[in-house]
Design a protein around this ligand. Structure first.
Ligand code: NI
Length: 187
């Protein structure tokens, strides 16, 4: 994505929290790519995700029921065990699980603040979609990259990660689960 013009102001939006009905809706596809409206939505998602130190965000979380997600993991001392994931904005994503392998890991979510839970996900997925300007994206990924894209695309189908937690003993408040600094998994 291009850098934002210096004169544009930050737009940190309110993140809806679990329980808001919009988070349970199936979001609509984006019909036109490369529009000023889509760029503005992406910029607001970007500002909001960064302000809250999230690893990803989906448009419904800021109250826009459209199929747009973004994610990024940089090397972060808060999450020393997380492998980097390139900054990606994905419009109208389609996910295809590859193989039968699944694995478990801790997840968090900006819409479920202060909590973490273990979720089982496909280990490897292929995802396709478009960037905001309409250029196609087609990637086969594994590990944390595969996990974050599955988590974000779930948001577009009205699914929050606690709905996928199968062992409620491994779902709780992050400061109880991870009292040692540096052990908190990314959200
Ligand atoms: Ni989330």
């Amino acid at each position: 994505m291009q850098a934002r013009p210096v004169e544009s102001r930050m737009a940190i939006r309110t993140v809806l929290r679990m329980g808001h009905p919009l988070l349970q809706q199936v979001a609509a596809p984006v019909e036109r790519l490369g529009t000023p409206e889509l760029r503005e939505l992406v910029a607001d998602m970007d500002d909001t995700m960064r302000a809250l130190n999230g690893a990803g965000i989906a448009a419904p979380q800021i109250g826009v029921s459209l199929r747009v997600v973004m994610f990024e993991i940089t090397r972060n001392p808060r999450y020393p065990q997380a492998e980097p994931v390139p900054y990606t904005v994905l419009v109208n994503p389609v996910l295809e699980p590859l193989g039968e392998e699944r694995d478990e890991a801790w997840e968090g979510c900006l819409s479920v603040p202060g909590l973490r839970g273990v979720v089982e996900r496909h280990s490897q997925v292929r995802y396709r979609g478009f960037d905001p300007e309409g250029r196609p994206i087609d990637r086969t990924v594994a590990g944390f990259h595969a996990r974050v894209v599955q988590h974000e695309v779930d948001h577009l189908d009205g699914i929050l990660y606690p709905m996928r937690v199968t062992d409620m003993r491994r779902f709780g408040f992050e400061d109880e689960l991870f009292p040692d600094p540096g052990t908190l998994p990314p959200d």
